[in-house]
Design a binder for this molecule. Structure first.
Ligand code: RIB
Length: 348
């Protein structure tokens, strides 16, 4: 089994539940408020460890009660925290989450996560190089991710970058990332018109409305592609430009990547009794790292990660519902083998 290093954020999540997400300027009465362990880095580390991965966490917390509790939580989950630093004079990172029905909004305060600098990573280099797979997100400084991506490339290691929250990445760095896993919203922001020297994907010339969609290719009223059709064309173009590298998660729509022959591989989402989607993306990424560490090929690893993510949505809190290996296998067994992975003709 390969070893996984998660370099990323460790947060305490303060979660309030309400009937719906408040509008700008609106005050709403909520129902409950709770603390949960979180942070995209820590969540992904816990997800991978719970599935049997050998996981070491690299990050920082403050010398406060939250930091103490979060380190205990990581240890209990089986994550090696020997390189996590406690920094004085800064608070542990926090996330303020409003959870409403199956939706949420999140505001994060970086706190000690901002201390995950290249200097800190440089000091951890010997431990970092014990890993085979690096799992990154965007809740630590960009230059720290850049440092890890270059280090991994130099030593022939695999990098999975989950670009959440979305921020730009230089094409020469993206080229060094083996798997890049935005959700649809992040993909749209990162691969916006003109990014990486492209024209807007699909504008006017894309092959849509060819019988696979019930929407016309061009809206007669304004001569433009309807939004949903254009989004699909954009996604197809992004995926095909980075085959088996860019993997777009789409929540209830499952996950898509392009194969080297240009086909779009679509792994549908598994049925779930959704309670809270917070941490579902993190479970997907942690499980993907774990499945690759176990030697699974990409389509299998994606199906495994997708099943794990669906289990995670059935409990409140980012880490509470993260499944173990047996639970993922059970979920995989609930779906006809042929339905778990198929070529997507709606985008092709
Ligand atoms: O992806 C969910 C996570 O995002 C939460 O746990 C919160 O800490 C934020 O980082």
């Amino acid at each position: 089994m390969q070893r996984i290093a998660v370099v990323g954020s460790i947060n305490m999540d303060l979660v309030v539940t309400a009937d719906r997400i408040p509008l700008a300027g609106e005050t709403l009465a909520g129902q409950t408020v709770r603390h949960y362990p979180g942070g995209k880095g820590a969540n992904q580390a816990v997800a991978a460890a719970r599935l049997g991965g050998i996981v070491q966490m690299f990050g920082c917390v403050g010398e406060d009660a939250n930091g103490e509790a979060l380190l205990r939580n990581l240890t209990a989950a089986g994550v090696d925290i020997s390189c996590v630093l406690r920094r004085s004079g800064v608070p542990t990172g926090m996330a303020f989450i409003t959870a409403a029905q199956t939706d949420n909004t999140i505001v994060i305060i970086a706190g000690a996560n901002a201390c995950v600098t290249p200097a800190y990573l440089e000091a951890q280099q010997a431990a970092l190089l014990q890993a085979d797979i690096f799992l990154l997100q965007n809740e630590i400084p960009q230059e720290s991710n850049d440092y890890i991506i270059r280090l991994a490339s130099k030593y022939g290691k695999t990098v999975i970058l989950n670009p959440a929250p979305a921020r730009p990445i230089a094409i020469e760095l993206l080229d060094l990332v083996r798997y890049f896993t935005p959700n649809e919203h992040e993909a749209r922001l990162i691969f916006r018109a003109g990014a990486f020297g492209d024209e807007r994907a699909g504008e006017d010339t894309c092959e849509v409305g060819n019988g696979t969609s019930d929407e016309p290719a061009v809206d007669a009223s304004n001569g433009k592609l309807p939004e949903r059709t254009r989004d699909q064309a954009d996604l197809k173009k992004i995926l095909r430009r980075f085959p088996e590298q860019v993997i777009v998660t789409q929540g209830a729509q499952g996950v898509r990547t392009a194969l080297h022959n240009g086909d779009i591989l679509h792994i549908p989402a598994y049925p779930a009794q959704v309670v809270d989607t917070t941490g579902a993306g993190d479970t997907f990424n942690g499980a993907l790292a774990c499945a690759l560490a176990q030697g699974r090929v990409l389509p299998e690893a994606l199906a495994y990660a997708n099943a794990a993510a669906s289990c995670a949505t059935e409990h409140a809190g980012a880490q509470v519902g993260m499944p173990n290996h047996a639970e993922v296998l059970e979920r995989l067994g609930q779906v006809e083998p042929d339905a778990a992975e198929r070529i997507d003709h709606t985008l092709g």
